[in-house]
Design a protein around this ligand. Structure first.
Ligand code: AGP
Length: 614
C-alpha cells in the first residue's frame, strides 16, 4: 500500500507534493513525509506520524523551498507507525533520500551485510535498507544514481515502487517499479510521478505507466529515460489520461463514501453504456466476443478476488451457473495462490479487482497464467497491473473510488459479471431468449430503481441512530443475497468497527442462533424471490428469541413487514439483479452508523484502499 508522489521542474514542489499526498491518502495514513532539495543544495526531510495534515502542521515553519521533491503516505508493514519509520529515509551520509511502496522481502540479509560494512540504521523499515544499499553501491562501484539503483535492485527480492533523490544531482529523479504501481506524468519541462494518476491529473494528461523491473531517470531538459534493471533500453509509451478533476472531489457530500453511494445510478449507466444496446435487447462485451471460444470450451471457471470483489465473485457464481451452466469456483486470491491449486489449460480464470493492484489477486492470476489458463479481469482502474497482465477483460468504468469502503465498484462488478454470464449463456444456448430479454431489459431499469432506494436515505439515517449501541450484528441472506449479507457485514465492520458476520440464513440454526438476544440486531436480506418463504421462517426463529430484525424487502411486502422491527423496501426486479438493489440500504446503514459513532468513514483505521502487500 502506501502512496508515493514526486515532482521535478520549475514550480515549487512542496504544494504539489502535499496536494498529491492528500489524493493518495486513501492508500495509507499511518504517517507522512516529504523530502526537498532547496536552492542551496540542502536535502531536507520532514516527517510526521498520522495523516498528511500532521505533516503540514509540522512543516509549517520549516524550509519548504525547492523545485524537486518526493513525498510519501504510509500504511505500515515493517516497523510501527511512528515518525522514525515514516518515509522518506535518508542514506547513511544523508546524500540520498528514498520513498518506497512495497516490501523488500530479503531486507534482513541485506541489512546484515551493510551492517558488516559499518552502516547503521535508524528505523525498523525494509526501505532504509534499500537506500543504504543504493548509496553503498554508488560509492563502492563509482557509478551514477541510476546505475546504483539498477545494481541495488538486482539484489532485491520483493515488491517496490521507489523514487530516489540525490542532493549532488538536484536535476534528476530516479524511480523504479516492480509489483507496486507507478505512473509518470509529462508536463512542459517538468515531470510528476505518483502511485496513481490522481495527483497528476490537474497538471498534465500525458502519462507513462511504468512496467515491472523498469528504472526511469527523470531529468530536467531531457526525455524520459527508461531501462530495465538489467540496463536494456525501453521506448516510453505515452498514454492520454481519461480522468477529470471533478471526479476526485466530494461534490458537496460530507464524505466520498456517501458521494460514491449516490453516484451508483450514474456509474451503473456508465458501466452498461455501449454494452447494453439502446433497444435493450442485446449485450455486447468485446472482451467476451473476441475470446468466445475460450469461454464456450471452458470446463470450469475459477473466480479469484479479495474482500468486496470476492463477494461480487460469489454473486457471479450464482449467475454463471444458472445462465451459462459452467461450474464455478470462487477463491480468495490469498488462499488460491498458495494452495497448489489444480488449474487446467481449458480453465477460464476471472480476476475481480477495483484497484487492479491487489497483490494477492495479481499473484493468483500470474500463477494461473503460468499453468495456461485464460485470464479475464474485471477492473476499475484503467491501465492498472491486473488488466495489463490479463488476456482480456472488462473495465467497470465507475471513475475513481476514493472511500476505502467499496460501494460503486461492487455494484459495477456485479453488473459486469451478470452481463458476462448472460453473454456466455446466450452464446451456449443455456438461457432462453425470453429470460435473456427479460433480464437485459430489467438491467436498463436498475439505475432508476437504485434512485428509488436512495430516496430512503433520510429514514435509514434516522433509524441507524438506534443501533449505535450494538457491539455485534448478524446479516443473513440466501441465494443471490447471501453474498450481499456478507458484503453488508463487511461494510459495517470496516467503517464503524462494530463486529458483524454475514451468514446464509439457513445456516443460522447450525450455530449463530445461539448469539440471538434482544441486544442483537439481525439484518435480513429478504426480497421476494426463490427462497423467500424459507427466509420468513428464519425471521420467525429470530423473533422467537427476541432478536431485533431489520429486513430488506420487496416493495409492497406484507409478510415480513408484519414481523420485522424495521423494514426497508427495494423495487421488485429479476432475482439475479436483486443484489444491485438490496446492497444499497446496507451501504447506507453502515455509513450512517459510522457517522453517528464519529468514525473516520473515508479512512477507517488500519485499512488502505488498495492492498499491494501480501
Ligand atoms: C472493501 O470495502 C474493501 N475495502 C476491500 O475488501 C477490497 O474490496 C479488497 O481489498 C479488494 O480490493 P480490489 O477490489 O481493489 O482488489
Amino acid at each position: 500500500m502506501c502512496g508515493i508522489v514526486g515532482y521535478i521542474g520549475k514550480r515549487k514542489a512542496y504544494p504539489i507534493l502535499i496536494k498529491g499526498l492528500h489524493r493518495l491518502e486513501y492508500r495509507g495514513y499511518d504517517s507522512a513525509g516529504v523530502a526537498l532539495i532547496n536552492p542551496d543544495g540542502q536535502l531536507n526531510v520532514y516527517k510526521a506520524k498520522g495523516k498528511v495534515a500532521e505533516l503540514e502542521a509540522f512543516a509549517a515553519d520549516k524550509d519548504i523551498s525547492g523545485t524537486i521533491g518526493i513525498a510519501h503516505t504510509r500504511w505500515a508493514t515493517h516497523g510501527e507507525p511512528n515518525t522514525v519509520n515514516a518515509h522518506p529515509h535518508y542514506s547513511e551520509s544523508e546524500r540520498l533520500a528514498i520513498i518506497h511502496n512495497g516490501i523488500i522481502e530479503n531486507y534482513a540479509v541485506l541489512k546484515a551485510g551493510l551492517q558488516g560494512e559499518g552502516y547503521s540504521f535508524k528505523s525498523d523499515t525494509d526501505t532504509e535498507v534499500l537506500v543504504q544499499l543504493i548509496e553503498y553501491t554508488q560509492i563502492n562501484q563509482h557509478v551514477d544514481l541510476k546505475t546504483a539503483v539498477q545494481l541495488a535492485l538486482q539484489q532485491v527480492i520483493g515488491a517496490y515502487a521507489i523514487a530516489v533523490l540525490d542532493k549532488e544531482h538536484p536535476d534528476t529523479l530516479v524511480v523504479a517499479r516492480k509489483g507496486s504501481p507507478l505512473v509518470v506524468g509529462i508536463g512542459e519541462n517538468e515531470y510528476f510521478l505518483a502511485s496513481d494518476a490522481t495527483p497528476i491529473v490537474e497538471y498534465t494528461d500525458r502519462v507513462i505507466y511504468i512496467d515491472d523491473e523498469e528504472v526511469v531517470s527523470l531529468r530536467i531538459g531531457e526525455d524520459v529515460d527508461i531501462t530495465t534493471i538489467g540496463n536494456v533500453q525501453k521506448t516510453p509509451e505515452i498514454k492520454r489520461l481519461e480522468l477529470s478533476l471533478s471526479q476526485l472531489e466530494k461534490g458537496g457530500y460530507p464524505h466520498f463514501m456517501l458521494k460514491e453511494i449516490f453516484e451508483q445510478p450514474r456509474t451503473l449507466t456508465d458501466s452498461m453504456r455501449g454494452r447494453v444496446n439502446v433497444r435493450q435487447d442485446n449485450i455486447a462485451l468485446s472482451g467476451f466476443i473476441d475470446n468466445k471460444e475460450r469461454f464456450l470450451n471452458a470446463k470450469r471457471i475459477i473466480i479469484t478476488a479479495c474482500g468486496t470483489s470476492w463477494h461480487a465473485g460469489l454473486i457471479a457464481m450464482y449467475a454463471i451457473e444458472e445462465f451459462a451452466q459452467i461450474p464455478v469456483e470462487v477463491e480468495y486470491s490469498s488462499e488460491f495462490r498458495y494452495r497448489k491449486p489444480v488449474i487446467h489449460k481449458d480453465d477460464v480464470v476471472i480476476a475481480i479487482s477495483q484497484s487492479g493492484e491487489t497483490a494477492d489477486t495479481l499473484a493468483a492470476i500470474q500463477l494461473a497464467k503460468e499453468k495456461g489458463a485464460f485470464i479475464f479481469s474485471i477492473c476499475n482502474v484503467v491501465g492498472a497491473s491486473i488488466p495489463r497482465v490479463s488476456d482480456s477483460g472488462c473495465y467497470t468504468h465507475v471513475g475513481p473510488e476514493i472511500g476505502v469502503a467499496s460501494t460503486k465498484a461492487f455494484t459495477a462488478q456485479v453488473t459486469a459479471l451478470t452481463m458476462l454470464a448472460l453473454c456466455i449463456g446466450r452464446e451456449k444456448g443455456t438461457i432462453s431468449r425470453e429470460k435473456y430479454l427479460d433480464i437485459v431489459r430489467e438491467l436498463g431499469q436498475i439505475p432508476d430503481k437504485i434512485e428509488r432506494v436512495l430516496g430512503q436515505n433520510k429514514r435509514i439515517a434516522d433509524f441507524a441512530k438506534t443501533f449505535t449501541y450494538a457491539q455485534n450484528f448478524i446479516y443473513l441472506g440466501r441465494g443471490y443475497n447471501f453474498p450481499v449479507a456478507m458484503e453488508g457485514a463487511l461494510k459495517l465492520k470496516e467503517i464503524s468497527y462494530i463486529h458483524a458476520e454475514g451468514y446464509p440464513a439457513a445456516e443460522m440454526k447450525h450455530g449463530p442462533i445461539a448469539l440471538i438476544s434482544q441486544e442483537m440486531p439481525v439484518v435480513v436480506v429478504a426480497p421476494r424471490c426463490g427462497t423467500y418463504e424459507k427466509v420468513i421462517s428464519n425471521i420467525q426463529e429470530i423473533k422467537a428469541r427476541k432478536g431485533r430484525v431489520i429486513a430488506i424487502v420487496t416493495e409492497g411486502d406484507e409478510l415480513v413487514s408484519r414481523i420485522a422491527d424495521y423494514v426497508i423496501e427495494v423495487p421488485a426486479t429479476e432475482e439475479c439483479l436483486t443484489p444491485l438493489l438490496t446492497v444499497i440500504p446496507l451501504q447506507l446503514l453502515a455509513y450512517h452508523i459510522a457517522v453517528v459513532k464519529g468514525c473516520d468513514v473515508d479512512q477507517p483505521r488500519n485499512l488502505a484502499k488498495s492492498v499491494t502487500v501480501e
